[in-house]
Design a protein around this ligand. Structure first.
Ligand code: B12
Ligand code: SF4
Length: 269
């Protein structure tokens, strides 16, 4: 997937920055089930066909956002033809379309958090601790056709502490998707758990910076403050890019948030 060339720098024509991102939702599901599982990230039609005919998959899950519904429909059609014994599970924001079950030929449409759903479906413990996959937030950066050198640790790691936002503003699709007002799902409840995961990523990916994929990270003040405490104790000068609503940011002093380099409104809810 792309962010910059899709929506930020595309008007800059050949000067536009190209950078690619993996699909974190399905990576998270893969890392948290014990069944053998293959992830194809935006496969070509040929790759998808080859994979589902080369192996007899019990379950084929598809993740998508709403605009890609036609691709989902076609993938379901291919599965029914080429792998008729597979159960088709659809998840991600596409599942929020009213009447989606009539638009595509799937066996299960999963709304909301997918790790616990898939664990339940496979008969595994849905409350088992979450294993966080090592995710480099962006890759294969190029500009004017020239690929920039990639150095381990130069790109931020993605950390996913929670999904959903309990504020439940009435226009907010992502909050609604994970349960709406008062609801959210914490993958890591405490600052201590989060610190451990970040330390693990620091070692594995050699990173000092983190892209925190949480709808409203600073709203969970206790967790954020404990994380800060652990960072101070461990002398970590990690930098973090977070999403947070204005009312959550107001609850912190400037000393607590540290040096804020930029405040950017990206991707409205
Ligand atoms: C980060 C992000 C991106 C990254 C992509 C990296 C990535 N995350 O994979 C970048 C910046 C590249 C990106 C690009 C775009 N994005 Co975007 N993005 C997001 C964002 C902020 C977080 C997604 C995320 O990773 N969350 C964390 C993971 C763990 O959650 P998740 O993906 O939802 O997965 C969970 C469940 O949905 C479910 N699940 C997901 N897949 C599956 C599959 C199965 C089988 C099952 C059972 C469950 C399941 O289980 C997962 C774990 O709980 C969301 C907003 C949000 N907060 O949700 C918008 C969002 C998904 N993006 C959106 C859009 C529109 C786009 C773009 C089209 C924008 C543009 N004009 O270019 C592009 C293209 C994306 C594409 N081709 O699919 C919209 C989709 C709208 C909709 N209702 O469909 C959202 C909701 C933002 C918004 N409100 O506008 N995006
Ligand atoms: S993410 Fe933002 S818009 Fe959505 S419910 Fe939370 S505070 Fe409201």
């Amino acid at each position: 997937m792309e962010l910059y060339h899709n929506q930020v720098t595309r008007a800059q024509g050949s000067f536009s920055l190209r950078m690619f991102h993996r699909s974190w939702g399905i990576m998270l599901i893969q890392a948290n089930i014990s069944a053998p599982c293959t992830v194809l990230d935006f496969p070509t039609r040929n790759d998808f066909e080859r994979e589902i005919t080369a192996h007899a998959y019990d379950v084929i899950g598809i993740s998508s956002i709403i605009v890609n519904i036609a691709k989902v429909r076609e993938m379901c059609r291919m599965i029914r033809k080429l792998s008729p014994n597979s159960t088709i599970v659809i998840g991600g924001h596409v599942a929020a379309i009213p009447g989606v079950d009539k638009m595509i030929d799937a066996d299960h449409i999963v709304r909301g958090e997918g790790v616990s759903w898939m664990r339940r479906y496979l008969g595994e413990d849905q409350n088992a601790p979450i294993r966080h996959p090592a995710i480099v937030s962006g890759m294969r950066t190029r500009i004017m056709g020239i690929r920039l050198p990639e150095r381990k640790g130069a790109t931020a790691a993605t950390i996913i502490p929670s999904v959903g936002c309990p504020m439940g503003c009435n226009f907010c699709t992502t909050s609604a998707f994970f349960g709406g007002k008062g609801n959210f799902v914490n993958f890591f409840e405490s600052g201590d758990e989060l610190f451990e995961v970040m330390q693990q990523m620091e070692t594995e990916l050699k990173v000092q910076s983190f892209f925190v994929m949480d709808e409203n990270f600073l709203l969970h003040r206790e967790r954020a403050m404990r994380l800060l405490e652990r960072m101070k104790e461990g002398q970590k000068s990690w930098s973090m890019s977070v999403f947070a609503s204005a009312n959550a940011i107001r609850k912190y002093t400037m000393q607590e948030t540290g040096r804020t380099r930029s405040l950017m409104a990206l991707d409205g809810p």
